[in-house]
Write a protein that binds this ligand. Structure first.
Ligand code: AMP
Length: 618
């Protein structure tokens, strides 16, 4: 096991290259590095500001604009201005459907199990591509400010992010031309910024309370021997400072006898009042009264009223803290330190509520907007080998994964993961009645397995015949401290199981590992593009299969005209699949879906009424 640092410009080993820390946030993102005085510092490129709004706007030429400039289009061109993309990262439409109203842009809902896509300009974008645009901007700002190429980064994610959200974050980094050294939990980064966990002999249990603009989470961490273990997380991904602003706005409308529905018609007035509400909230963090005139009416608010307005929301966050402690099997007195993260923790009422609950003063002397990025920079410095005081655990030098549809590499254990480690993912079949599943294990960083190193292959046999998509096959990777990988596949419905043992590093020299890494960086962009094309093709092919079967099976519920029009759409998709153009394929797939959706509903209704007929209602 080795940790390898490469200078991407020269291809040689190098220790000095700067690795940045990135906080890729829902509302704002920022980047930090370790300055020559060995202190973490946030980057403010050419005075453009430290916080880069996580907003991407596509102009008429499909060019991406990121940050403050993009934010200005939120009101004037909302359907082409993408915000909060982090909420969509690694998620399927099914995951986000409940909250789809908050998005003013078009989220494609053709296949509720597949990862979401967004339609802007006249193209389809994945949240990975959009997050990639934000990361590109951060990379460019860092390079400009530091006057050096920046190719490696540590990126933070919420502790509750699942495997697919973490993988999506990694892919976004890759797309931005960044070698993502590690994905770090935001609460871990925050505690590193406060110096907690830097001394391996230290043992602490901490709570990290993170209240941002639109999200809230609390994590309980146990830190031991330099290892951060998340004991519990809790929160609400749709609760934050924006709710405080809304409460103020509604209060003012009521006080001024204004009808919300009427004011809502006036976009400019609404926007002005919303900004006033936020300004009032911020001002009340340091003063007792806010009083400003907008047009003919006054925006007045005193601190006490403000606190009454937000108290139910704040109480909700405290309940989440209670639940997190309960899940961790701890009580408030077991917590050694409490750390505050997120702009909304500047509100004194919030701070006081947290202090009252945990019975101790929270740590708040680092800027709560910057603390995560600063911690990420410290983690980056540790990975760069610049902190000899910290023990770096053994890591796996190359990613380990399996082959999925279209010859794609699906990473299960990411490179640089500490060993021992275990990880798993669930798969299913793509053909009706499939009874065997071939599992091919690969090692490497490329998106296509054919460019990686094959380690083993085996068949999971005896899966009971079921319709495509029904079997649940768990594939688990267990990498022990000696670097031995055990791969286990189990079909959960039947219990059919198969297991093999492999030594991934066998026969691999450091030079080979280095070459594999360099190749992956060189081909990152084309790899990701190929991956996206293959994914689009697989989706398209699956849809062809389903649509053709559908018109065959349910012909009696369809008119001749509907059948022939569906066939035309099917043929258009087939032609698109031959073009190898991702966007054309997605467009034709979307059209076929839109066209057949009403038929599918009709057939469902017919099926239900047939089923009901057989039943006697007494
Ligand atoms: P974040 O998502 O961490 O960037 O936090 C942004 C949220 O913090 C927004 O709702 C801001 O209005 C809020 N915020 C920023 N500064 C202050 C302040 N001084 N007092 C209260 N809330 C603030």
């Amino acid at each position: 096991m080795a940790k390898i640092s490469i200078n991407l410009a020269t291809g040689s080993f190098q220790k000095e290259e700067i690795i940045v820390g990135i906080d890729l946030g829902t509302t704002n993102s920022l980047v930090a590095f370790i300055n020559p005085d060995k202190n973490p510092q946030v980057i403010n490129d050419a005075g453009k500001g430290i916080l880069v709004p996580s907003v991407v706007y596509f102009n008429g030429q499909n060019e991406a604009v990121v940050g403050n400039e993009a934010k200005e289009y939120l009101t004037t061109d909302p359907s082409n201005t993408i915000f909060s993309v982090k909420r969509l990262l690694g998620r399927s439409y099914k995951d986000v459907a409940e909250h789809k109203d908050i998005f003013s842009y078009k989220i494609i809902d053709d296949d509720s199990d597949a990862l979401v896509k967004i339609y802007a300009g006249d193209r389809f974008y994945t949240p990975i591509e959009l997050s990639g645009e934000i990361l590109k901007e951060l990379k460019a700002r860092a390079e400009h400010a530091l006057k050096t190429p920046v190719n490696r980064a540590v990126i933070t994610v919420p502790a509750y992010f699942n495997d697919s959200q973490r993988q999506a974050t990694r892919d976004a980094g890759k797309l931005a031309g960044l070698d993502v050294m590690r994905i770090v939990n935001e609460p871990t980064a925050a505690s590193l910024a406060y110096g907690i966990g830097l001394d391996p002999s230290q043992q602490k249990t901490i709570a990290v309370y993170d209240l941002g603009g639109g999200t809230f989470d609390v994590s309980i961490l146990q830190i031991q021997n330099g290892i951060f273990e998340v004991l519990a997380t809790n929160g609400n991904t749709y609760l934050g400072g924006d709710d405080f602003d809304r409460a103020i706005l509604n209060y003012w409308l009521e006080k001024n006898n204004l009808d919300v529905a009427v004011v809502a018609q006036d976009n400019i007035l609404m926007q002005t009042l919303r900004l006033q509400a936020e300004a009032a909230k911020k001002a009340l963090s340091t003063q007792n009264l806010y009083n400003e005139q907008v047009g003919e009416f006054w925006c007045t608010l005193d601190k006490q009223t403000f606190e009454q307005l937000i108290s139910a929301k704040v109480e909700e966050t405290i309940t989440a803290c209670k639940n997190a402690l309960k899940d961790a099997d701890l009580s408030a007195s077991d917590i050694d330190e409490v750390i505050l993260v997120g702009g909304s923790t500047r509100t004194p009422f919030v701070k006081q509520a947290v202090e009252n609950f945990f019975g101790k003063k929270p740590q708040d002397n680092i800027n709560p907007d910057e603390v995560v990025a600063l911690g990420a920079a410290i983690q980056a410095d540790v990975l760069a080998g610049n902190r000899s005081d910290i023990l770096l655990l053994d890591v796996t030098p190359l990613s380990l994964g399996i082959e999925t549809m279209g010859g794609l590499m699906d990473v299960i254990i990411a490179r640089n993961s500490k060993v021992p480690t275990k990880a798993g993912r669930q798969y299913t079949t793509s053909i009706d009645g499939q009874v065997n599943m071939k599992i091919s294990v690969y090692q490497g960083e490329r998106d296509l397995v054919k460019e990686n190193r094959k380690l083993a292959e085996f068949d999971l046999k005896g899966i009971p015949a079921m319709p495509a998509g029904l079997p649940k096959v768990d594939i688990n990777f267990l990498l022990n401290a000696d670097g031995i990988l055990t791969v286990q596949a189990i079909e959960l419905r039947s219990g059919v199981k198969q297991e093999i043992e492999i030594t991934p590093s066998y026969g691999l020299s450091d030079d080979t590992v280095e070459k594999m890494l360099l190749d992956s960086i060189e081909h990152a962009k084309s790899d990701v593009e190929q991956r996206m094309l293959i994914e689009a093709r697989s989706e398209g092919e699956q849809l062809l299969y389903t649509a053709e079967r559908f018109i065959e099976k349910h012909a009696e519920h369809l008119t001749e005209g509907e059948i022939s029009a569906t066939k035309t759409h099917i043929e258009a998709l087939r032609t698109a699949l031959a073009t190898q153009e991702k966007d054309t394929i997605l467009k034709k797939a979307d059209e076929l879906n839109e066209f057949t959706r009403p038929f599918a509903e009709r057939v469902m209704d017919a099926a239900i009424s047939t089923a009901m007929k057989g039943k006697k209602i007494e």
